[in-house]
Structures are given as structure tokens and as C-alpha cells.
Ligand binder design. Structure first.
Ligand code: CAO
Length: 547
């Protein structure tokens, strides 16, 4: 039976256990994370030193631990039993933690110029610099992060040993560094603290520390790196990927990082993402209270919602983890923003398209000869433009302040296209100036370009109203999500022959289910019902299209 202890965690002591990731009876693999620790400066996952079965937990959430504190008892697999558990603190003589900060040299005016080097970063070598957070001329405070390093297992920020002014950078993004690699030259503006004994020599309370009096000292010029969890885990509830300073910032603001969309490399959450999240949440809150306020930013879930369930699905049966398609990854946050920040109402109706369908079919021989397909969608676009002209507030957007409506005098209709890579919404421009045949032709072309993945960004911009047609597939009404900054979208389902009462008898009529989602901040329910009825009347009597 192995006792797994908190390994060498640098300067950190009495660190809170914020998550216990295993329980007695769990089989764990070597390197599997057991617990997560978090101080105000670092977040660290402690991996299992060996494969085995958890017998007994020695910690719980909220406990404070230091190097050497027991975590759990592990019934390690035979081979691993012989191995020295990785979680045991390394021998300090073997792992000197003294950084390679060069001796300071006097600078003019009494300031001291000193080289700041990568401190002891444990086992990590040739670690990539993924972010340089300062530049020459910048004033930095003591403990301010200078660079972020990332290996496949950890992300670390290297803080400044003293306050000062950056004189020269010695590294750039993409460089590989190890302990002792120079980071920058700093002109210290504060008295450089005297070297103090290495933390290991201070004998952590619970640690069976092998620290010797001869252990290398750790000058304060190189504070401990701040390890944080690596990139999000692929399965289950992905851990938010953020640097310690961003975590601290989020904590101060009460932001749950699990709700924040990261825009940095590998989805890392940046300072600006947390700011954007807060702005979005505040805008959402304001909109809920009084006047509409539509602001930029990715928004996110409002505060105080329960965290996303972190379920080990494999416990219930076989599973497979697959990444979302590229378009899904890109469009998901926007769909999410639109869904949570726009008060949607969906008005449903049926259009009698019996005559329209007869007309469409009569024309198809002609269009087929001309090499394109005349589907119902081309008529839908034309009918929507007619209705948009009657009800201009549907061809509009809220401005950034949320206090004005911008009504557009052009009619660019977005059409949702289902592609192998995911949903895209190319825009048919100036639909009011095109005939049904032109529209049908263009629809054929644009959906082919979309399915071939060849749309350009400009093809997706400038829409004033959207149509999502699932008519070719099936179904009976759905609630489409508004494509902001538009204020309405029409969902079209499959037409079906139904008995319709004509005042004397039931007649078989081809009925087209329509679902109009609209932004209730801009459009009243009564107006939406009028728009919808008008659209139905146009589709039921296509002579209105030419009015
Ligand atoms: N009722 C009955 N039949 C319909 C219909 C309707 N409302 N709409 C289309 N059809 C028929 C067409 O006439 C065609 O029939 P034939 O094969 O017999 O000629 C067939 O369904 C297929 O039509 P289509 O899909 O090729 O053409 P379209 O113009 O209707 O639609 C496009 C084009 C690009 C919009 C469509 O292919 C598509 O991608 N739809 C999915 C959009 C989507 O995913 N929306 C969801 C958004 S929310 O996630």
C-alpha cells in the first residue's frame, strides 16, 4: 500500500484542496489527477505516482495541504509498488531549486540591473514560451507575471522577482526554455531582497523533507513558478484553461471560469475573455431590468448558475469522445450568446401553398431545362421580402446602445445551409431586386459553394433577415435561433396535405408549417402575428408577390 503525498509544490504552503477527483474504490492510472490545489497564485493538479486502486482518502475539499501532506492510500499495481512514488518530494540535493538569476550589477542612478532567468520549474525542460506579457520600457511590479510557459502537462507564469523597468527581452513567443534560461533584463526600482533560504530548507510542516542545510538557496530574484492545469481535458467537464493571474482575476470578480469562452491559444482563457464575460453578463442583467442593452463580447452564462455537470459517462456504459466540427466550435458561442441574450418568441402558422406548389411544379420543367432547381425556398425568400417591406421593423437591428433601431432599406436574406462541416448562413443579396428564377439559381450556387466549404467571410455578412428551411428533411415546426444582429428568423418545415375547412366542407390543402422567431425587445407579439399572417396570405395567393 502506497501513501501518496503532496509532492514538491514550490513555495506554496497551506494550499486549499478545491477538488477531490477520485474516491475509494476508483482505479486510477499513473499520472491521473487525484486532487486540485489552489492558492491565490497557482492552481495545480496532483497526479497519481502509479496505477492502482484508491483505498482511502486522506483529504477532502477545503482542507489545507503542504508538501508532504498525505493525499490518499493507493493499492498500487505490483510493478508500481516497487517504484518510488513520484508524488514524494524530490531530494533537494538532486533538485536544487536555486534559479539562475545573474548577480545584479549597479546601474546609473543607483538602480540595479539584473538578469531574470527561468527559475526551478521542476521536471520541465525545453518548455515553450506561449506568451510574453511585458516589453522593454514596461514598469513591472514585484510578482507581476512576465511570461507564460506551457508544456503538455502544465502552464506556468513566471513572476518578476522585484519591481522595476524592463530593459531588454531575452526571449520571444515560441522559444523553448529550461531552468536558468534568461528571460529579460530588469532595472530594479526597489531594493532587491536578500537571498533567503530555499523553501525546502524551511522544512515544510508535514513534509518528510530531506532538506539539508547545504541545500541551495533560492534568491527571491526567482519566485516559484505558478503551475496551472494544462489544456482542457477532452472528456467530461473540461477544466478551464487559464493562467493563475487570470484565475485570480476571475475569482475576484466572482466569475466561474467554466462558463468563459477562451480565445487564446488552445482555447486558453485570457484576461480580456473574463472582462468580455463580465461585460456580457452586465449587459444581460441590464436588459433584464429595464431598457434593452445589447453589447459586444461573447457574453456567457449569467452568474450563479450551477456548474456544468461533470459526469464520468464511462461509468454507465461504453463511450467515444469526438471533437466538435470546426464550424460548430466557431458558431457555438454565437448561437449561445444569441440564445441567452435575445428574448425569443416563436410565432407559428400554416400557409396554404396548394396553388403555389402547383405553380412551382408547372415551372420546374422550364427551370430544369435551364439547369437549376426551382424549390419552394426561392418563393419563400420573395414572400419574406414582400412581408419585410410591409413590416420594416423586421428588417432592422438594435444599435450597440440598445436604445435605437436601425431599419435597413436593403434586403439581404440569410439562408441556413446544412453542410458536412456544420451549419452556415450565406446571404443572398438584394433579394428584392431579383426574380424567383434568379433567386433559385443563386440558391443552388450558394448552397453548393457552402457544402464545398468555399464560402468567403463576405458571403456570410450583411444579412437583414434569415430563413432556415428544413422542409426538404421533414418535421413540423421548430424554434429557430435569431441570427444577431438581425431581429427575426423564419423556420420553414415540410409541407403536408391536411383537411382544411373552407366554410362548407373539408378540402385537402397543402399546408406549409412556418415558425417565426423574433426579438421581443424590438417586435411586439401583435406585430409578429400580423407579419406572420401577412406572409401566410402572400404564400397562399402569390399574386400578392407582385404587388
Ligand atoms: N416542404 C416539402 N418539401 C420541400 C420543402 C418543404 N417546405 N422544401 C423543400 N422541399 C423538397 C424540395 O422540393 C426537394 O424535393 P425534390 O428532391 O423532390 O426536388 C427536396 O425537398 C430537397 O430540397 P433541397 O433541400 O435540395 O432544397 P431547398 O431549396 O428546400 O433547401 C437548403 C436548400 C440549402 C436550404 C437546404 O438544402 C438545407 O441545407 N437545409 C437545411 C437548413 C438547416 O440546417 N437549418 C437548420 C438551422 S437550425 O440548426
Amino acid at each position: 500500500m502506497n501513501q501518496v503525498l503532496v509532492p514538491d509544490i514550490g513555495d506554496f504552503k497551506e494550499v486549499e484542496v478545491i477538488e477531490v477527483l477520485v474516491k475509494p474504490g476508483d482505479a486510477v492510472t499513473k499520472e491521473q489527477s487525484l486532487i486540485t490545489l489552489e492558492s491565490d497564485k497557482a492552481t495545480m493538479e496532483i497526479p497519481s505516482p502509479a496505477a492502482g486502486v484508491v483505498k482511502e482518502l486522506k483529504v477532502k475539499t477545503g482542507d489545507k495541504v503542504s508538501q508532504g501532506s498525505p493525499i490518499l492510500l493507493l493499492d498500487a499495481q505490483d510493478e508500481a509498488k516497487k517504484a518510488t512514488p513520484k508524488a514524494e518530494p524530490p531530494k533537494k540535493e538532486e533538485a536544487p531549486r536555486a534559479p539562475a538569476a545573474a548577480a545584479p550589477a549597479p546601474a546609473p542612478g543607483g538602480a540595479r540591473v539584473q538578469n531574470v532567468a527561468v527559475p526551478d520549474i521542476g521536471d520541465f525542460k525545453e518548455v515553450e514560451v506561449i506568451e510574453v506579457l511585458v516589453k522593454p520600457g514596461d514598469k513591472v511590479a514585484k510578482e507581476q507575471s512576465l511570461v507564460t510557459l506551457e508544456s503538455d502537462k502544465a502552464t506556468m507564469e513566471i513572476p518578476s522577482p522585484v519591481a522595476g523597468v524592463v530593459k531588454e527581452m531575452k526571449i520571444k513567443s515560441g522559444d523553448k526554455v529550461s531552468q536558468g534560461s534568461p528571460i529579460l533584463v530588469l532595472e530594479a526600482t526597489e531594493q532587491r531582497a536578500e537571498p533567503r533560504p530555499a523553501p525546502q530548507a524551511e522544512a515544510p510542516k508535514a513534509a518528510p523533507a530531506p532538506a539539508s542545510a547545504t541545500a541551495a538557496t533560492r534568491p527571491s530574484a526567482s519566485p516559484a513558478p505558478q503551475p496551472v492545469p494544462p489544456a482542457p481535458r477532452e472528456e467530461g467537464g473540461a477544466k478551464p484553461h487559464a493562467s493563475p493571474s487570470v484565475r485570480k482575476f476571475a475569482r475576484e470578480l466572482g466569475v466561474d471560469l467554466a462558463q468563459v469562452q477562451g480565445s487564446g491559444p488552445k482555447g486558453r482563457i485570457l484576461h480580456s475573455d473574463v472582462q468580455g464575460f463580465v461585460k456580457g453578463a452586465l449587459a444581460g442583467g441590464a436588459a433584464g431590468r429595464a431598457a434593452p442593452a445589447v453589447k459586444g463580447g461573447m457574453g456567457g452564462l449569467p452568474f450563479n448558475l450551477p456548474a456544468w455537470p461533470d459526469v464520468d459517462f464511462a461509468k454507465f456504459g461504453p463511450i467515444e469522445t469526438k471533437p466538435l466540427a470546426r464550424i460548430q466550435k466557431l458558431s457555438g458561442p454565437y448561437l449561445h450568446r444569441n440564445w441567452i441574450s435575445i428574448p425569443h418568441v416563436t410565432q407559428c402558422d400554416d400557409a396554404d401553398i396548394t396553388d403555389l406548389e402547383a405553380f412551382r411544379k408547372a415551372q420546374t420543367a422550364e427551370t430544369e431545362k435551364r439547369g437549376f432547381k426551382l424549390t419552394m425556398l426561392a418563393f419563400m425568400i420573395k414572400a419574406c421580402v414582400t412581408a419585410l417591406k410591409q413590416f420594416p421593423q423586421f428588417n432592422a437591428s438594435l444599435d450597440k446602445s440598445g436604445e435605437n433601431i436601425i431599419v435597413k432599406h436593403y434586403y439581404h436574406i440569410g439562408v441556413a445551409v446544412d453542410t458536412p462541416g456544420g451549419l452556415v448562413v450565406p446571404v443572398v443579396r438584394d433579394a428584392d431586386r431579383k426574380g424567383v428564377f434568379d433567386l433559385a439559381h443563386e440558391l443552388g450556387d450558394i448552397s453548393k459553394v457552402a457544402r464545398d466549404g468555399k464560402l468567403k467571410p463576405a458571403d456570410l455578412q450583411g444579412g437583414t433577415f434569415s430563413i432556415s428551411s428544413l422542409g426538404g428533411i421533414g418535421g413540423n415546426y421548430f424554434t429557430p435561433i435569431i441570427n444577431a444582429p438581425e431581429v427575426a428568423i423564419l423556420g420553414v418545415s415540410r409541407s403536408v396535405i391536411r383537411p382544411v375547412w373552407d366554410g362548407k366542407s373539408f378540402a385537402p390543402r397543402l399546408m406549409l408549417p412556418l415558425a417565426l422567431s423574433y426579438d421581443h425587445r424590438v417586435i411586439d407579439g401583435a406585430t409578429a402575428a400580423r407579419f406572420s399572417s401577412y406572409l401566410v396570405s402572400v404564400l397562399s395567393d402569390i399574386r400578392k408577390l407582385i404587388l
